[in-house]
Design a protein around this ligand. Structure first.
Ligand SMILES: [Zn+2]
Ligand SMILES: [Zn+2]
Length: 316
């Protein structure tokens, strides 16, 4: 288990190094003026995410540097490592951005071994799936996270004078009425959910830009089903903060961290290091680590015939 935690942390370290080195040309001011525009309001009503492909200005040398480092890191965990080429041609770059932002794309860069769901998401199913799209996604994240941070930070600042004290550093999208099953910033499906301790509210987490946003307590983020008898959850240990929420309507699942449990008690069988991880204050909690350390739940869900749009990491 410690090995998996270390692996997850190494991924995060590379990503944060890349993120800190990246300075996008767009400035926060531009985001705010756009947010206040009618065009954006309209997009929000239609359920379209904030960022569009034309916003994304990647430093490709930095991207390729991160890609190689992530590939090296993942190599020893993959049965059949792949040789990763740097993304160079203009066409490749465009396709990559398009695919990352718009998962309904049929023009996939790596369409082999992938199947489509009703919503067109790319699904990585078990058994010899190429890790390439996943490593590319991991390399793309620092850039998206930077954009998301820029937007959240700009919103927080612009709010200060009006609300006298501001939002206290809370992430912007917690406070809107978005309440949709896709990321409000990049449009990606959520990869893990969290229930907050004080309020018991549910938040979804984006694996691409690492944004968190509020979602209804009862309801499937993937198909919108709210019929209670078609929504269930199960766990391995009732004292553990980890559980799986499944939807009988679309057969998808999402892992959930119920931090009301993790704040007080970790799993008895866990070692000290992991307990400390579990007891971290909510704002510092790294859901990515929760995700990579709970593969037993994915297995359980998959054995029951459920799947998740973002199980690529489990292949590593
Ligand atoms: Zn996102
Ligand atoms: Zn569903």
């Amino acid at each position: 288990m410690n090995e998996v935690i270390d692996f997850g942390k190494s991924i995060l370290e590379i990503q944060s190094e890349i993120r800190d080195k990246f300075s996008p040309a767009i400035v926060a001011r531009e985001f705010i003026s756009r947010k206040e525009s009618n065009d954006y309001m309209e997009r929000q009503v239609r359920g379209l995410p904030f960022l569009t492909a034309s916003d994304i200005d990647i430093d490709w040398d930095l991207f390729n540097f991160g890609l190689q480092r992530l590939n090296l890191l993942c190599k020893h965990r993959i049965e059949k490592p792949v040789k990763i080429k740097a993304i160079q041609s203009q066409e490749e770059k465009q396709v990559l951005i398009h695919n990352m932002l718009n998962r309904d794309s049929t023009n996939s860069m790596n369409s082999t071994n992938e199947s489509s769901t009703s919503r067109g998401s790319r699904v990585f199913k078990g058994g010899g799936v190429s890790p390439l799209p996943l490593i590319i996604q991991l390399a793309f994240t620092p850039f998206m996270e930077k954009y998301a941070n820029l937007l959240i930070e700009a919103e927080r600042k612009s709010r200060l004078p009006r609300s006298g004290g501001g939002s206290g550093g809370r992430k912007y999208y917690k406070e809107t009425n978005w309440l949709r099953g896709i990321c409000p910033i990049c449009g990606r499906d959520p990869f893990i959910a969290k229930i907050e301790p004080e309020t018991g509210k549910r938040y979804l987490h984006c694996c691409l830009c690492r944004t968190e946003w509020a979602f209804k307590r009862i309801g499937c983020p993937f198909c919108g089903n709210i019929e209670q008898k078609k929504l269930r959850f199960f766990y391995v240990d009732e004292n553990s903060p980890y559980r799986v929420d499944v939807c009988d309507e679309c057969k998808k699942y999402i892992k959930t961290v119920d931090t009301r449990k993790s704040e007080d008690r970790g799993q008895k069988t866990e070692n000290r290091k992991q307990k400390t991880e579990n007891r971290k204050p909510i704002k510092d909690r790294v859901l990515f680590i929760d995700y990579v350390t709970t593969t037993y739940l994915d297995k359980l869900a998959q054995d029951e015939g459920f799947y998740s749009p973002d199980t690529g990491l489990l292949e590593l």
